[in-house]
Design a protein around this ligand. Structure first.
Ligand code: SF4
Length: 126
């Protein structure tokens, strides 16, 4: 059977040095060239196999809590890039029905990916 080969150029964003990496997959084997440390190699590997990004979006707030208020939210940590659109949809379909403070969890374990969506603004009691 023919081996799957995939190559991706990646700029490491783990530290300001910004090493330019080439990540290659041949079958089960992944190699990272151009990284100068283990953290960069791990990042390069993740960028090829399961890239992750932070997401910021908004959640509607119930009029019983606040009038015409869209609460800005963000992921507590990076989420799989392939879920970004679905997470944005999930947030768009959510209506907050309680007061929250910055950092409070608004949607726990969004779409079961293990990451919470948290408030980046206060929603005070009406
Ligand atoms: S590979 Fe290491 S040194 Fe280079 S940018 Fe990434 S974290 Fe920094």
């Amino acid at each position: 059977m023919e081996e799957i080969t995939e190559t991706k150029k990646v700029t490491c964003t783990v530290c300001p040095r910004g090493c330019q990496m080439t990540v290659t997959r041949k079958g089960e084997e992944v190699t990272v060239e151009g990284a100068t440390c283990a953290r960069g190699r791990a990042y390069g590997r993740e960028e090829l196999l399961d890239p992750k990004r932070m997401i910021t979006t908004t959640v509607r707030v119930s009029p019983q809590i606040a009038e015409d208020f869209l609460l800005p939210v963000r992921s507590a940590s990076p989420v799989p890039k392939k879920l970004l659109l679905a997470i944005a949809e999930a947030c768009r379909g959510t209506t907050l029905d309680r007061a929250v403070k910055i950092g409070d969890v608004v949607i726990p374990d969004v779409l079961g990916c293990g990451v919470d969506m948290v408030a980046t603004a206060d929603v005070p009691e009406k």
